[in-house]
Design a protein around this ligand. Structure first.
Ligand code: UT7
Length: 344
């Protein structure tokens, strides 16, 4: 990560999804959609959703607890929560999550980069560690998009699910397995309207007028986002592999944000890697936004598809627009997930 050989090293991995499952068939009973449409266009069969009264922070605590357990750690200098569905507009969710994990006193803050949030959070925490300002960090991606989707919007309702995933980082050497080796982040704010919640922020509130109900929900221009996602994730994975000193074909596993099974296939095609190097759990959890990458990673580790010693690139794309990826040699770390799910 820097030229003196100090690096942030992944030593723990945790995952959590809420127990309530929402299947395509159940959705088809409420909306004008079908299991066939959802599966063939996205690869999704089911997703998990929170119960009334639950919030993103609750999922973040569960995933964080499991990442700490996986790492055998009981402290962290920094707690970062990547989310765009925070528990409250103010304050950030991370200080409360840190407190509930027994990490009161840690630097704690949220990062909002929508579906790229986990990669941005990982890069930020890794920078604090590599620079010597912190010794350890808990990085959590958590979102509950079920709370911001319009009840009657079949496109978004079919896609998104709730969940959380986390990794634990400690200071170590750039030569160790688990050391973050290459990081590539980018954005294009001129396309911000492709993924947005129009109301609820200062731009709407400063008008002094109540928000239109439709503007309080999440919207996405699916087709335009699809092509941007493929192009930018493909380019980012290539850049990150190069930064890590690898040829793209030497990458063993590419764990991408799980937005659509067809996007994973298209990225594999663009960078000329076999599709079986792209682990996927989208069929069981849908698009879980900032939680997506660590959840997919935890599932792939539990299934033995991501193994110690493999060259791995983690990559995301989302609202902003934002994108990014990070490279590491996968360490010998147990993934601690929920007992009830995602399962196969
Ligand atoms: O996570 C951040 C990044 N997000 C992404 O990368 C998402 C990228 N986009 C996508 O994955 C896809 O664009 C979607 C899955 C969102 C949509 O799939 P699509 O194949 O691009 O469909 P479309 O939006 O072009 O819509 C095709 C048709 C439309 O009907 P008409 O206008 O052709 O009559 C939609 O109204 O499919 C209709 N449709 C549905 N039909 C049944 C849209 N959603 C549904 C649905 N069930 N759930």
């Amino acid at each position: 990560m820097n030229d003196i050989g100090r690096a942030a090293v992944v030593t723990g991995l945790g995952a959590w999804v809420p127990p309530t499952v929402l299947t395509n068939e159940e959705l088809a009973g409420r909306l004008d959609t079908s299991d066939e449409w959802i599966r063939s266009r996205t690869g999704i069969r089911r997703r998990h959703v929170i119960a009334p009264g639950e919030a993103t922070g609750d999922l973040a605590v569960e995933a964080g607890k499991r990442a700490l357990k996986s790492a055998g750690a009981s402290s962290a200098d920094v707690v970062v929560v990547a989310t765009s569905t925070p528990d409250h507009p103010c304050p950030a969710t991370a200080p409360d999550v840190a407190d509930r994990l027994g990490l009161t006193g840690a630097a704690a803050f949220d990062i909002a980069a929508v579906c790229t949030g986990f990669v941005y959070a990982l890069g930020t925490a890794a920078g604090l560690i590599a620079s010597g300002f912190a010794q350890s960090a808990l990085v959590i991606g958590a979102d509950t998009f079920s709370t911001i989707l319009a009840p009657g919007d079949r496109t978004t309702r079919a896609i998104f699910g709730d969940g959380a995933g986390a990794v634990y980082l400690r200071a170590g050497s750039a030569a160790e397995p688990g050391a973050l080796m290459g990081l590539h982040l980018g954005s294009d704010g001129s396309r911000r309207d492709l993924i947005e919640v129009r109301a609820g922020g200062s731009r709407q509130r400063s008008t002094g007028l109540p928000a239109e109900e439709a503007d309080t929900y999440f919207t996405m221009a699916g087709r335009a986002v699809f092509s941007q996602a493929v192009r930018n994730m493909a380019a980012s994975v290539r850049s990150t592999a190069r930064l890590a000193g690898w040829d793209t074909e030497d990458v063993d596993r590419v764990v991408l944000h799980q937005a659509n099974a067809r996007i994973l296939a298209a990225v594999a095609d663009q960078i000329d890697l076999p599709a079986d190097r792209f682990p996927s759990n989208i069929d069981r959890v849908g698009n879980t936004v900032a939680a997506s990458i660590p959840l997919a990673l935890a599932d792939a580790c539990a299934a033995g598809d991501v193994r110690p010693g493999q060259r791995v690139v983690l990559g995301g794309f989302g609202g902003g627009l934002t994108w990014g990826s990070v490279a590491l040699v996968w360490p010998d770390v147990p993934a601690v997930g929920p007992d009830h799910a995602p399962g196969s």
